[in-house]
Design a protein around this ligand. Sequence first.
Ligand SMILES: O=C(O)[C@H](O)[C@@H](O)[C@H](O)[C@H](O)COP(=O)(O)O
Length: 264
Amino acid sequence: MSQAAPAQGVRLVVVHPDKEVLAQAAAARLLTRVLDVQSVRSPVHVVLTGGTVGIATLAAVAASPLVPAVDWSGVHLWWGDERFLPDGDPDRNETQAREALLDVLVAEHGLPEANVHPMPGPSSVATPEEGAAAYAAVLAEHAGSSDGGVGVPAFDVLLLGMGPDGHVASLFPGHEGLSAQGTTTGVHGSPKPPPERVSLTFDAIRAAREVWVVAAGAEKAERVAAALAGDPVAEVPAAGAVGQARTLWLLDTEAAAPTPAPAK
Ligand SMILES: O=C(O)[C@H](O)[C@@H](O)[C@H](O)[C@H](O)COP(=O)(O)O
């Protein structure tokens, strides 16, 4: 896998006072971006992320007065990764997203259940690899001509949280998933529990029109700085999270804090 992420599109770094404001701002940005895209094309494809900031963003969307402005019948929701746990498990990213937002969108705002595309878990497949293969097939079914032949829809916004080790989705430093071929990969030995997961690959992530990395907390600052400095993707996977047109880093002040230079 190439060490450095390909330079493509514009990168913006936006710093917010704290993680609550970050989630509110990311939610408002997401809703207005979906509205803008709907004014020129349909459907709109959005990739969701797990993690505390990702789920807080979805909860902020649910509380927003802008929700009724979106035609949810024309929105498809995907995941960047999923913990390989049974359907309904409280630790699944899907479960947390449904509780935070999706249940209301389906029940009250016309989001078709068929437009919600969760990654398979042990309730329907035997291994993370089977889950990855099944998800790749669904992604390919929805791929348009504008995905550059990658085999995924042209994701309009792909949300990613970032771990303190610089991982995004379930792509961890030094793990083989970083160089996985295709659009999805099974993950074993995740340093962040649970150990088994399903993840999009970088090929899928980089096919997105826009990639938004949301990160909060002092424990992220050093890896945020490393990613923004363009350190090798194998060391800081977030450095590889680049969108075709735009990459946004949406941070709170703690995650954006300058970090001391390493001792000589
Ligand atoms: O399955 C997961 O846990 C997420 O997809 C993962 O990639 C998460 O986004 C980061 O670990 C950041 O999580 P926090 O925002 O909670 O630090």
